[in-house]
Design a protein around this ligand. Structure first.
Ligand code: MTE
Ligand code: HPA
Ligand code: MOS
Length: 733
């Protein structure tokens, strides 16, 4: 299937926010960021900037008509700093001018004096000082202390996982046009149109119906626009309303990298107990999340970390605790996997440590402990329809993993300059927002009298292909050709109170709503079709309309049978789990520390795919993004909390040369899935965690050189760190 947008995108004709022809008289806003990570504002003089050439206005906290507050879950984040600044990049003002160039020039004229404090950058230090965003939480099952005491083998250690910059190709931005009665129309590059609408209404002090948010498509979001697009939409809205002129704010790459939050860095301590046969008996883990300077989505992300603490495995006794630690960094935020990858990495590091201690392969421990139907997750949910073992067995068999292992060992015995490594990664990822309330979607379907169809939902297209999938669902439910269906851009005036397109649920939930609405129309058309054998769809639609039968339908879908009690950490928060397993092979250059990812082979359960080409793209893209997080992408801050890697020359992202030489993906035979339209399954996030296979394959290769190398517990494992490990230096932090 060819995505409807593909030709437009390939020819550069698809419009993104910055391509939209701006309305007459449009002005341009540029934020004024704090250069200091922590301190008290002692002087903020905007006079010189306001008087600069082509500048029309400079706005600060005092200019906000409603509340100067953009925190969506916890109200702890001012739009513009008032007395304190808590991270580099926190905005103190917005300069608005006739051109973005003039605004940027005037930013330098803002006179800002801050009495600096020593910033806290390490989440463990923040935790020690009681600097928490919210209370720490625990999810527990069984009796961990007793089980650890009785375990034949116990391994313990510390893990540190790095953050990750989203590098969506389209940076953050918004275009605000004032409307009647102090309202505003917004074009926003957001995953959460209703989230932007709600917060902008709060900031302007107007009802939500006076804020309309429209989204055509995003040049990537990856979680980075689930919450943080709001900031720039709110700034543009404030200026637009104040000046009664359209205002556009679009960040440059460097600004975007410095100002916005990233994947949360985590530090963790673990203890894993096993019996003599390699069955896990107990797991005790403590996560320190570097939340950044404000809550943003940190508490929700922390929740998913806890729910994925045991990865794809069954452990009868678990205690997982996690603390959201306030650090002086831009608020960290959603990023593909949403706290799950950080948890799964720790579990795999623990398994690797146990395997070494027991003298067995990590694969043996992985395989022994995979979760099966009837077992329970630590939060009490019973495993149902879990295909972890199916995928693991299939990938091992199809790619003859024993033979692969033998060949790699032979290579390593006979080569000194290069060593090869192998590792597996089973993924089992919970589908649904962990906040049950968010698991709802609605759709509005119109059939026009010529038989063409328009579909509106809250889903935001960000490259993941949700529009194509919704089109396929509508066409199938109505029994029309794909070409008859158009999926509209997202607008809060057409679809209200929508959840963000996130948690991999976009196609699932919006697809179900589209199916319901389309089926309702089809049922109304059925009598007209029955009376007109051989009539075309347009003829049937016109006949129904002539008889004054509605050709439009709205439907609302709420994911059934899910619940979660946050207070006690128990429930069935997920509709289902998506499973798969990857095998990675790498070759290490022992002299240089450089490496090549030879192959990643995956068996993945995508259900009855709505579009196999899109799903293949999601698996490949997710994998490579995961590889970047684990191996390549290194965020460095100086001790003053300033990001040093704030451009794509210093922050290395995966390219074609880095990508695996071979990526083989096989989709498992589909089974039933009542939660996805036509038994499809969510696919957006789970593949990212396949990257963990390559990380441990690399550790395996390093150990072939130096069995005692101190590696395997911190990310990213860059070539530089590999070289140091080969030289016998400690690379565990
Ligand atoms: N794929 C592309 N090309 N661009 C993106 O921004 N975001 C990912 C994933 N795949 C993303 C992507 C994330 S973080 C999520 S949650 C899902 O897509 C969201 O879309 P879906 O729910 O429709 O799968
Ligand atoms: N996943 C992704 N995004 C979210 C979630 C979640 O569970 N909850 C709130 N936003
Ligand atoms: Mo995805 S991190 O849930 O936007």
């Amino acid at each position: 299937m060819i995505r409807r947008d593909d030709h437009l995108l390939a020819r550069g004709e698809a419009a993104f926010l910055d391509d939209i022809t701006v309305p007459a008289g449009c002005l341009f806003g540029v934020p004024v960021p704090s250069p200091v990570a922590a301190g008290e504002i002692v002087r903020l003089e905007i006079g010189a900037a306001a008087a600069a050439h082509d500048v029309v206005g400079v706005f600060t906290a005092a200019d906000v008509p409603g509340e100067n507050q953009i925190g969506a879950i916890i109200p702890d984040e001012p739009l513009f700093a008032e007395r304190e600044v808590d991270c580099v990049g926190q905005c103190v003002a917005l300069v608005v001018a006739r051109s973005a160039e003039a605004a940027r020039a005037a930013v330098k004229l803002v006179d800002l004096e801050i009495r600096e404090r020593e910033p806290v950058l390490d989440p463990r230090v923040a935790h020690g000082r009681g600097m928490l965003i919210a209370q720490q939480r625990t999810v527990a099952l069984g009796d961990v202390d007793a089980a650890l005491a009785a375990s034949a083998v116990v391994v313990e250690g510390r893990c540190d996982t790095g953050g990750q910059e989203h590098v969506y190709l389209e940076t953050q931005g918004a275009l605000a046009t004032p409307t009647e009665r102090g309202g505003v129309h917004l074009r926003s590059s957001t995953q959460s149109p209703s989230g932007v609408q709600r917060i902008v209404a709060r900031v302007l002090g107007v009802p939500m119906h006076d804020v309309e948010v429209e989204v055509l498509r995003l040049g990537g979001g990856f979680g980075g626009k689930e919450d943080q697009a709001t900031t720039y939409a709110a700034m543009a809205a404030v200026a637009a309303v104040r000046l009664a002129r359209p205002v556009k704010v679009v960040l440059r790459r460097g600004e975007d990298m410095r100002l916005t939050g990233k994947r949360h860095p985590y530090s963790a301590d673990f203890r894993l107990g096993l019996d003599a046969g390699g069955a896990m008996t107990a797991y005790d883990v403590m996560f320190y999340q570097s939340s950044g300077a404000a809550a943003d989505l940190s508490t929700a992300i922390l929740e998913r970390t806890l729910l994925h603490a045991t990865g794809s495995y069954f452990v009868p006794n678990v205690r997982a605790t996690a603390a959201p630690c306030r650090t002086n960094l831009p608020p960290n935020t959603a990023f593909r996997g949403f706290g799950g990858p950080q948890a799964m990495f720790v579990m795999e590091a623990a398994i690797a440590a146990a395997a070494r201690k027991m003298g067995v392969s990590p694969r043996a421990i992985q395989e022994r402990n995979l979760i099966e139907d009837g077992r329970r997750f630590p939060y009490g949910m019973e495993a149902r329809g879990i295909r972890a073992r199916r995928c693991f067995a299939a990938v091992c068999e199809e790619h003859r993993v024993d033979e692969l292992r033998r060949r790699i060992d032979e290579h390593n015995d006979s080569h000194r300059e290069t060593k090869r490594g192998l590792a597996l990664m089973p993924v089992c990822f919970g589908i649904s927002f962990t906040n049950t309330m968010l698991n709802q979607a609605s759709a509005l379907v119109h059939v026009y009298v010529d038989g063409s169809v328009g579909v509106s939902t809250g889903a935001v297209e960000m490259g993941q292909g949700v529009r194509s999938k919704l089109r396929a669902v509508a066409a199938r439910a109505l029994g029309v050709a794909l070409d008859a269906v158009k999926v509209e851009g997202t607008s809060t005036a057409r679809t209200a109170n929508v959840s963000p397109t996130a948690a991999s649920t976009g196609a699932d939930m919006n697809g179900q709503a589209v199916r319901m609405a389309a089926e309702a129309i089809r049922a109304r058309l059925a009598p007209f079709a029955a009376e007109r054998p051989g009539a075309s769809f347009p003829e049937i639609a016109a006949a129904a309309h002539a008889a004054r039968v509605s050709l439009s339908a709205h439907a609302h879908y709420a994911t059934p049978d899910i619940h979660f009690d946050r207070e006690v950490g128990r429930g069935a928060p997920f509709a289902y789990h998506v499973c798969g397993t990857a095998i990675a092979e790498v070759t290490l250059d022992c002299l240089r520390g450089t490496y090549r990812i030879d192959a990643v082979r995956i068996v993945h359960d995508a259900g009855q795919s709505l579009d196999p080409a899109i799903d293949l793209g999601q698996v490949e893209g997710g994998l490579v993004q995961g590889l970047g997080w684990l191996l390549l992408e290194e965020l460095l801050w100086n001790d003053k909390g300033r990001l040093l890697t704030d451009s794509l020359t210093t922050y290395k992202v995966p390219d074609l040369d880095f990508a695996p030489r071979e990526i083989a993906v096989r989709f498992l035979e589909a089974d039933e899935n009542r939660f996805g339209p036509y038994s499809s399954k969510a696919i957006g996030e789970p593949p990212l965690m396949y990257g963990i296979a390559a990380y441990f394959a690399l550790v395996d290769a390093i150990r072939a050189v130096r069995p005692d190398a101190r590696v395997g517990t911190s990310t990213p494992l860059t070539p530089e760190k590999v070289l140091m490990a080969l030289a016998g230096r400690d690379q565990t932090r």
